[in-house]
Design a protein around this ligand. Structure first.
Ligand SMILES: [Zn+2]
Ligand SMILES: [Zn+2]
Length: 282
């Protein structure tokens, strides 16, 4: 037997043992998965992240966490959508155009872009990540978000990338800031590859959440706005002045949180604030 053939048998055996000992389940429907445990995010270059269509990228990165049926439920961001708030229009025809909400209400942020719609498999994965502590998802999420960044913002210059901050008490309760955890994967990419990327504020020394708010879940649009009002404060204005900022979060729902962050940054005289999230509620 050749060395290569022997190595392959060893690999297959190891895989079978791991699958028997640690059966993996689909994070959306709970059915058992025969995953090969080869982290797909390790074998993908930033150039591929930029080139591969979003649907295919989602399939590659999320295959260890979703079954074949559930994974096809992903809806990537695609035109026509509102160029400002990133909301996709139900009608799948025509060009991008401002939505009624964005025409009516002035936004502090420049634009929002997301990998896809907050629904089906994406919702299940984000819930598993945030509320069941499946932090193994962070590398896949990080790469998916970076792919979105390259596709949507690849030709835009940014001076600083920062996660939407959590209040200190929420951080203690959850144990991690999901946006910061995703961003940590970007920092790894910067150090390990030649991926083009703006600096990342992982220590969260620029923007803080000063107001303890109740969860936005279950609140209507107006209630959300009131709940989150003046929740954020810039603590290092020198890193904001005349700078182009990119804010990261896992989900954008009504956009009230993102716009409050943008308000604090714009009041500190940022040049512009853009938002990038994994998912966008429709
Ligand atoms: Zn499934
Ligand atoms: Zn809009």
């Amino acid at each position: 037997m050749s060395k290569a053939a022997f190595a392959e048998i060893l690999k297959q055996t190891k895989r079978a043992v791991v699958n028997a000992l640690f059966p993996n389940k689909c994070q959306a429907c709970g059915s058992f998965l025969l995953s090969d445990y080869e982290a797909p995010w390790k074998n993908i270059s930033w150039r591929e992240l930029r080139e591969i269509p979003m649907e295919e990228l989602f399939f590659r990165l999320m295959s260890p966490f979703l079954c074949r049926r559930c994974i096809t439920g992903f809806i990537p961001l695609s035109p026509p959508f509102c160029p400002q708030c990133g909301r996709m229009f139900y009608s799948r025809e025509g060009a991008n155009h401002l939505c009624g909400e964005c025409i009516q209400t002035k936004k502090y942020y420049h634009a929002v872009r997301s990998a896809g719609v907050y629904d089906g498999p994406v919702m299940a994965l984000i819930h598993a990540f945030k509320y069941s502590g499946r932090i193994q998802l962070a590398p896949a999420f990080g790469m998916l978000l970076y792919g979105t960044f390259l596709k949507e913002y690849g030709d835009r210059r940014f001076d600083l990338v920062l996660p939407v901050p959590l209040h200190a008490s929420k951080l203690r309760q959850r144990g991690f800031n999901q946006a910061a955890l995703i961003l940590r994967q970007w920092e790894k990419l910067i150090t390990e590859t030649d991926a083009p990327m703006p600096p990342v504020d992982l220590k969260q020394q620029v923007l803080v959440r000063q107001k303890k708010t109740i969860s936005q879940t279950g609140l209507g649009r107006e209630e959300r706005k009131i709940n989150i009002k003046n929740a954020f404060r810039v603590i290092d204005a020198s890193r904001v002045l005349n700078k182009r900022m990119l804010l990261i979060d896992d989900v954008l729902t009504t956009g009230a949180t993102a716009d409050e962050c943008a308000k604090a940054l714009m009041h500190a005289e940022a040049e512009s604030v853009d938002i990038l999230t994994l998912a966008r509620a429709d």
